[in-house]
Design a protein around this ligand. Structure first.
Ligand code: THG
Length: 269
């Protein structure tokens, strides 16, 4: 499983404060701790008003890239902002995201053409966010076909089916799994990703629901997740599921993360 660490996001109150006060140490610490916990990519989202977004992203990107040697996942609803900061990434990462909305693909795909960059493709378009499987698969098809025009192959695309809250759509998880299977059948090698928190919106014990979603999604074949690797229980769910599925030889990753040993204390408390 590919872990995209979500903690450097200006919509989180503590991060917003750090951005406003230009608290470099706070951001650096979040970068280092997420990487120590196993993040493969670090999501970076300004979460500010459009006027200050580019400046904020550049400030965040510089701090993160000075602190750790991991690729970024550049997260913005604004393709033009992504275009402006793209050149400041020091290694290929993930663009978060394209969708069928407006001219997003026409801005983002040329940027990453001929590079190893990957991209998250949201299954929404100018008609909105569909919750049914055929519409999601249809949008995925369009996004993959457009990508092919720029020689961007399916293995560089993480489809994000934008899960609905279970409290408003009882079939939400089942539709996610169905979408996952359908897009993988259509485009072998394509990746499927998701945020983990939408599923539990409006429910008590949200974290328990999120963890169980992660477990089922991994079993169903999800390839990456935008998640908080510093949440001990969430990371434990991920590593336990992978171990149980036979993907963690000698349970080494699980044990290294959580067993106190001679080398040091628990990595994630
Ligand atoms: N899909 C894609 N991109 C996304 C999302 C998605 N980007 C934004 C968002 N969803 C994912 N990022 C976050 C960031 C923070 C939180 C939730 C989603 C959050 N964090 C709490 C905190 O850090 O304090 C607690 C998290 C926890 O303990 O689990 O709520 O869906 N493509």
């Amino acid at each position: 499983m590919i872990i995209i660490g979500e903690k450097i996001n200006g919509t989180i109150p503590g991060v917003r404060r750090a951005i406003e006060e230009r608290d470099e140490a706070f951001i650096r610490d979040l970068a280092v701790r997420q990487v120590e916990a196993g993040a493969d990519f670090l999501d970076v989202c300004a979460g500010t008003s459009p006027e200050t977004e580019v400046e904020t992203l550049l400030w965040l990107m510089e701090i993160i890239q000075d602190a750790v040697d991991k690729p970024l996942c550049i997260d913005s609803p604004n393709a033009k902002a992504i275009e402006r900061v793209f050149g400041y990434a020091r290694q290929p990462g993930i663009i978060n995201s394209v969708s069928g909305e407006g001219d997003k693909c026409e801005i983002i795909y040329p940027l990453i053409q001929g590079t190893p960059w990957q991209v998250i493709a949201l299954t929404c378009d100018d008609r909105g966010i569909p919750s049914d499987v055929p519409s999601r698969v249809g949008i995925t098809k369009t996004l993959v076909e457009k990508a092919a025009q720029y020689n961007i192959t399916p293995d560089r695309i993480h489809v994000d089916p934008l899960v609905m809250a279970l409290s408003t759509d009882n079939q939400s998880l089942l539709k996610f799994v169905e979408t996952l299977k359908a897009v993988k059948d259509l485009f072998p090698g394509i990746k499927v990703t998701s945020g983990l928190s939408n599923i539990s919106f409006g429910m008590p014990l949200r974290k328990v629901v999120n963890q169980n979603f992660l477990n089922i999604a991994i079993c169903a074949g999800m390839d990456s997740a935008i998640m908080d690797p510093l949440n001990r229980d969430m990371l434990a769910t991920l590593l336990a599921t992978e171990a149980l599925l036979g993907r963690d030889r000698y349970c080494r990753k699980f044990n290294d993360a959580f067993r106190k040993n001679k080398i040091g204390p628990l990595k994630v408390k």
